[in-house]
Design a protein around this ligand. Structure first.
Ligand code: G4P
Length: 277
């Protein structure tokens, strides 16, 4: 599996973030609720020192609720950490984040003395969506392009909180194959960085092991085959991803399957549980 990253950007982002952390009161770390460990930047724990940190488990609407509860319990065992599952698209849920920021920094939160918060996370976890919902308007560009950075900016939320949007942090350890495949399954690693068929096979295998029922319901598979390649082939047939000659076009099948899985069409799915490597 070949992954193309931009080490220059990463190094610069880390430097900027450690600089900014000194001037802020609370860190809002955005994670993908479906894969909170794989979508974390493990350097952040080091960079943050003893600053309070809210782990926003975003895209809660797509994740398996029982597994999300287990993640919240796990994260809240860490000192100074609060975990908040939400959907960044929902104003009502995002308001909980504002309340939590105020609670964590009780000595600030006034217009002249605002809570200074910083949003960090890897690309595609929903940082821009969250910032836009918090700000009540389009401040940050939302898109499906991993590894694109934006420059730091300050956003006054006019409720006693100032946000500092930083460049998307990329995780330093890409040597973990399984984490990389989970990220690719979620869409955080783009098509240019990883082969679609391999990701499709990984996702099919995962669904066969953990969510067989969802797989068979969505694709009307009376007997879910025992090999990921056969599952992907059957899905391809169901979705009409055929090549000239009538065989299944596996590339198109993988793309279509991943698109459905990411959009929650199979149901609410989490790609990892606490304690799993
Ligand atoms: P980033 O700044 O961290 O890179 O992420 P960004 O906000 O651009 O969001 C990445 C994708 O995730 C976007 O989809 C966005 O709509 C989606 N997203 C963000 N938060 C949530 C959420 O809570 N639930 C769900 N289901 N999706 C969320 P996109 O397809 O790239 O863009 P768009 O077509 O939605 O505009």
């Amino acid at each position: 599996m070949t992954i193309q990253w931009y080490p220059g950007h990463m190094g610069k982002a880390h430097e900027q973030i450690s600089e900014l952390i000194r001037k802020i009161d609370v860190i809002i770390e955005v994670l993908d609720c479906r894969l909170p460990a794989s979508s974390a930047n493990h350097l952040l724990a080091k960079l943050r020192g003893d600053k309070p940190c809210i782990k926003v488990l975003n895209k809660n609407d797509l994740a398996d609720p029982a597994i999300t509860k287990a993640w919240v319990r796990t994260f809240e065992r860490e000192t100074g950490v609060r975990a908040l599952p939400l959907s960044a698209k929902q104003h009502r849920e995002v308001n909980q984040l504002i309340k939590l920021c105020r609670r964590l920094v009780p000595n600030r939160g006034k217009p002249e003395w605002p809570v200074r918060a910083m949003v960090v996370g890897i690309p595609n976890v929903g940082k821009s969506t969250l910032i836009n919902t918090l700000a009540g308007k389009c401040m940050a560009k939302v898109g499906d392009k991993p590894a694109i950075t934006t420059s730091a900016q300050k956003i006054d939320l006019h409720n006693g909180i100032t946000l500092c949007d930083t460049p998307g942090l990329l995780w330093p350890d890409m040597s973990d194959q399984v984490a990389s495949y989970r990220l690719a399954t979620s869409g955080a690693i783009g098509a240019s960085a990883i082969e679609y068929i391999n990701v499709g096979l990984f996702a099919a295998e995962f669904m066969m092991q953990r969510y067989r029922e969802l797989l068979s319901t969505r694709y009307k598979l009376t007997d879910v085959p025992d090999s990921a390649a056969d599952v992907l082939e059957q899905i391809g047939r169901r979705l009409g991803c055929l090549a000239a000659g009538g065989g299944v076009d596996l590339q198109r099948a993988a793309e279509a399957f991943l698109r459905e899985l990411r959009a929650g069409k199979l149901g609410r799915v989490s790609f990892e549980e606490p304690g799993e490597s």
